[in-house]
Design a protein around this ligand. Sequence first.
Ligand SMILES: *Cc1c(COP(=O)(O)O)cnc(C)c1O
Length: 400
Amino acid sequence: MKDSNKDKLDKTDLGFETLAIRCGHPHTNEQEHSEPIFPTSSFTFASAREAAARFGGDEPGNIYSRFTNPTVRNFEQRLAALEGAERCVATASGMAAIMSSFYALLQSGDHIVCSRSVFGTTVVMLEKFFNKFGVQTTFIDFTDNDEWKKAIRPETRLLFLESPSNPLSQVADLSYLAGLAHDNDALLVVDNCFCTPALQQPLKLGADVIIHSATKYLDGQGRCMGGAVLANEEIGEEVFGFLRSAGPAMSPFNAWVFLKGLETLSLRMQAHSNSALTLARWLKTQDMIEHVYYSGLEDHPQHQLAKSQQSAFGGVVSFRVKGNQAAAWRFIDATRMVSITANLGDAKTTITHPGTTTHGRLTDEEKKVSGITENLIRVSVGLENIDDIKTDMGRGIAAL
Ligand SMILES: *Cc1c(COP(=O)(O)O)cnc(C)c1O
């Protein structure tokens, strides 16, 4: 890598949008303008002595892409700058990020307090797999500060949540929960997938660990799977230690795609948020829509809290139609432009029926406490013209 004037730019004073474009961009001797990509599984050494020094940890440098890779490192540097983290560890998927941080931070006998409104697979991982190794989890209503307090035990090591939540756009008070975690010698882990650092920076609110599914907004165009764990140097090193042994590392190609995705993150999150707010307000005026869930709406019970810790409200809007499951399905089937898929965070608007897809594994009782009613629809508002999105939703309403 060439040591050019560009590499000497002091990155600490740059704004978010600039860091998203300029941070983590090495310049090789080829003077390429776009970020280089290093699709290589292993690296060579100048001599046997150098190989021994790298393996022994006496000299820095790449060995093998399960441990480190330059393109992956560039993605890590860029995302760390955006979240204000000392360390970022990239992973093969969002679930690999959650798994790696749990493995690194927990041991048998530990306890987790977890929001009931987290990604469904997170619940499966905790209940089915971590439980098997003696790690117990208590699931609670994450909007109720007292429930967190009551669920904490002497062996509680982590508080885990997503804010805003999927699909109901509920919000937790991150500063309060960081204080509560620290008073009890526990760590606050926040899955920041729905806001991304463009809208919310949990470490600055006191959280200890941030989880990302890069698959969603960080890529933003539904192309690649990836994830990341962000934390201080000490926690980051623990997570990295697990990852290099266990193996769910990010591929260099995916890291390169995410680097390009981050360049437009701020613009995209603003556009997703603006269109989502417009759509949410419009849906509220429709007679056949029973209720709209979006923390950007002034009458959302946690609107003020969301406003105090987020700079906008994100792209996910959920709503209940008047009628039963058949009505919700009729709505979805009547759309012509938006994609029927469970994925979110894409330039393309997506629509899904949580009760029979993303949250289909929940029992009736669990659905009831989580507010996943049979007439609930979730839309991840994309970047198409908002009038076209509204027209398509109008087709759904007409079918009710
Ligand atoms: C998608 C998602 C995950 C899991 O990420 P993958 O990249 O699919 O493994 C975790 N948390 C949230 C909030 C998600 O939306």
